[in-house]
Design a binder for this molecule. Structure first.
Ligand SMILES: [Zn+2]
Length: 423
């Protein structure tokens, strides 16, 4: 089982300057390797319908990959000897980051989700470096020993658990200072041991949404806390101030710092909230069914809705954009990760189910009851089932997860819709 512990670092001015220097050097090398990979594609691609009749045929060169770029580090250190100041493994990890970002761009992650084109990192955008290996007991007293940087003071606000080996150390620079994240592994604790047999009583379904953070199949809701909203509004005001401040001025710099700190605060509040909700949900049941967010298309705009006279009616788009969305967007996948992590630690299970059709069908009779996003109430004309639409969806997620309901009808109609979109 793997865990991560993060501690605040208190580096000396000299250590802090050295780490800043590393980050900047790593950033340059990262950008250079990225450019190297882009160059290769520029030189080697030839769209079949757009091949110029006259073109310079460059000597085909080997496609840069992880291994060739790693070998290139030797040359880098020869030409720029100051790169030898960086721990060799930290430098290699930077090459790995180039590989990962490129793989995600070309091949996609394990779910086949592709990321956007890798971007060059501007000043201050490369914020962490990784020691893929650390010495046996790096923490001595209130210091952590890191190769080539030395002993860094840290605030160990809670002790490391026993029986775990420290695998890697990630040093990151945040708005309020430096942090170290230690990943720990205990081979003795298997990742997932218990076999929970799901049934109606020990399981719960959850639906995440824009209006309420989460709705559970037992009819309860987790609202989005009010303090998120006030923080987000504060953020919007600050960002407005930044946009009118003179570029390069001291006032602007201070404002940007404030924005960064507020972002950090919001991220922490959100994480705290996610842990609390996850705790409450796992108290209810051993088996949790959640919607697979990769399948659900969150960013799609709501369809416009008109009355007979052609007047536009509220269609729920406002809920999809704006403050609520920015809160929820960044949140759900993190929340589900936290939920899964907490469940595994306690021997419980989280299962992702295909949410297709769960908002458009009746949880009691499984008939299709279409509704717009703005309709918050589920009212079934077939069986008379009346309930909140999110509760209805959560119950359906639970039923799909348990295999009681299959929403074949829903899938067929959405296939038809896709076919129409293509033609
Ligand atoms: Zn019904």
């Amino acid at each position: 089982m793997r865990l991560a512990y993060q501690y605040r670092l208190l580096p000396t001015a000299q250590q802090s300057a050295e780490m800043d220097r590393w980050l900047d050097m790593l950033r340059h090398a990262y950008n250079w390797l990225l450019a190297d990979r882009f160059d290769w594609y520029e030189q080697n691609r030839c769209p079949i319908n757009a091949c110029p009749l006259i073109c310079s045929i460059a000597e085909p060169r080997e496609q840069p990959d992880y291994y060739s770029q790693k070998r290139g580090l030797v040359l880098l250190k020869r030409e720029r000897p100051w790169y030898a100041d960086i721990n060799a493994q930290v430098l290699q990890d930077m090459v790995k980051r180039v590989k990962l970002t490129f793989d995600r761009y070309l091949k996609g992650d394990s779910n086949g989700q592709r990321s956007g084109k890798p971007r060059f990192k501007g000043k201050g955008r490369y914020r962490s470096f990784t020691y893929p290996q650390v010495e046996a007991n790096p923490i001595q007293g209130n210091r952590v020993n890191l190769s080539k940087i030395g002993a860094l003071r840290l605030i160990q606000h809670r002790p490391l658990p026993d029986g775990f080996d420290i695998k890697t150390a990630i040093i990151s620079k945040k708005a309020d200072g430096w942090y170290v994240t230690l990943t720990l592994e205990d081979k003795a604790v298997p990742v997932f041991s218990s076999e929970v047999e799901p049934n109606w009583d020990n399981s719960v379904g959850i639906d995440v949404g824009l209006e309420k953070f989460a709705s559970t199949s037992d009819g309860n809701f987790e609202p989005i806390p009010q303090h998120f909203r006030s923080s987000e509004e504060k953020l919007a005001r600050l960002q407005q101030k930044v946009s009118v401040a003179k570029k390069g001025s001291r006032a602007r710099k201070l404002l940007i710092r404030k924005v960064a700190k507020l972002h950090q605060k919001i991220a922490r509040q959100r994480k705290q909230f996610h842990f609390e909700v996850a705790g409450r949900i796992l108290n209810k049941a051993d088996m949790v069914f959640v919607e697979d967010l990769n399948v659900k298309n969150m960013s799609r705009r709501a369809k416009p809705k008109q009355d007979e006279a052609g007047k536009f009616l509220p269609n729920g788009q406002a809920a999809k954009s704006g403050l609520n969305k920015s809160i929820a967007d960044a949140g759900w996948s993190q929340f589900i990760d936290i939920l899964t992590f907490k469940a595994e630690k306690a021997g419980q299970r989280v299962v992702r189910v295909d949410p297709k059709g769960t908002s458009q069908h009746c949880s009691a009779c499984l008939n299709k009851v279409p509704k717009e996003l703005s309709e918050r109430w589920h009212s079934c004309s077939y069986c008379g089932n009346e309930m909140d639409r999110d509760t209805n969806a959560a119950i359906l997620i639970k039923k799909v997860g348990l295999g009681i309901a299959t929403l074949k009808n829903a899938q067929r109609t959405s296939v038809r819709r896709e076919a129409r979109a293509v033609s």
